[in-house]
Design a protein around this ligand. Structure first.
Ligand SMILES: O=C(O)CCC(=O)C(=O)O
Ligand SMILES: [Fe+2]
Length: 316
């Protein structure tokens, strides 16, 4: 089994191929909360500048420097280093669609500036934002959500860029460097480079490997997209497994909720056949819950936190 690959190159809503691409994107998102986009978002030169020059350099800075990548924004929006036995570390640039955020991030490492790095990231992010808008529009439009609701939904979003590094997996972990999880975001666009790792769990429990092809970016749904689509789009269950036991870099462009946002399922997606599944969700509180001891214990933290069914049955 493979995750469907949809060619989005050169498409806009007036193109002849838009409707069929939209149908394919919507179907893939409904099935596994995941689609592989063939796109020209990241050309070979940008790719090399980022993955082969900037990232190895960034991760070779000493720990004290790395830890200066903090964000007052919310939990887990700064540097995350080697947590709980994971051979994984990650930088995070919050509010990344604002070029000054990229420059502030770069000044941690290169106080005299690094225009090449900033230009690389700024142009990559602007391309990723277009891709994210296209996939989000296709998915919501394909489900029958009105243009005004999509525009309203966009107002609740802010974007981060995560730059991740995985060390060579320890033998005992069978190549798994990030265990099975869903993302507490709306969507995450995942860019792999040369080394495999991303795997998505299908409904039958099997794992589907997404090859690290240079002209593709994988877009996955997170828990918040499940809420706004009233459960239609499942949050993608995924993990990182590098069977070839190599060091790996990946870049993730994440659409998260603005601080203080409260989300509800979209009106168009609640009807007799699709009764309301989620109570209004305070996104900041949800993220705290997700990573709390209790949130890490339960099998479906979203359902536990704001599922209508769950609160309905709590009177039992
Ligand atoms: O590195 C990847 O391919 C995916 C990483 C991931 O799932 C995450 O950081 O949440
Ligand atoms: Fe993830």
């Amino acid at each position: 089994m493979a995750i469907p690959k949809v060619d989005l190159r050169g498409l806009d809503p007036s193109s002849p191929g838009w409707a069929s691409a939209r149908a394919a994107v919507t179907a893939a998102m409904l099935e596994n909360g995941c689609v592989v986009a063939a796109c020209d978002t990241l050309g070979p030169e940008l790719r090399r500048a980022l993955f082969e020059r900037a990232m190895p350099e960034l991760f070779s800075f000493p720990a004290e420097t790395k830890q200066r990548n903090v964000s007052s924004d919310a939990a887990l929006r700064g540097y995350v280093g080697k947590l709980a036995g994971l051979d994984f570390e990650s930088f995070n640039v919050a509010a990344v669609t604002d070029p000054s955020s990229v420059r502030d991030f770069s000044s941690i490492f290169w106080p005299r500036g690094n225009p090449e790095f900033c230009d690389t990231v700024i142009s990559f992010v602007s391309n990723l934002l277009k891709l994210e808008h296209t996939v989000e529009k296709m998915t919501l439009d394909g489900l029958g959500v009105r243009e005004e609701s999509i525009a309203g939904h966009r107002q609740t979003l802010t974007h981060s860029l995560r730059l991740s590094h995985y060390s060579v997996p320890e033998e005992s972990k069978m190549g798994v460097t990030l265990p099975r999880h869903t993302d507490p975001s709306f969507t995450t666009a995942i860019v792999q480079h040369e080394v495999e790792g991303l795997e998505v769990q299908a409904k039958d429990g099997s794992w589907i490997t997404i090859p690290p092809e240079a002209d593709t970016i994988t877009i996955i749904a997170g828990d918040l997209l499940t809420v706004v689509t009233n459960g239609r789009v499942p949050a993608c269950i995924h993990r990182v497994k590098t069977a070839s036991n190599r060091e790996r870099f990946s870049v993730l462009f994440t659409a998260v909720a603005k601080n203080g946002a409260v989300l509800s399922p979209m009106d168009e997606l609640v009807d007799r056949d699709h009764p309301l599944m989620y109570n209004p969700l305070k996104t900041d509180e949800y993220v705290v819950f997700r990573y709390s001891e209790e949130g890490l214990k339960v099998s479906n933290p979203l359902e536990e936190f704001c599922g209508v069914h769950k609160s309905g049955s709590s009177t039992e």
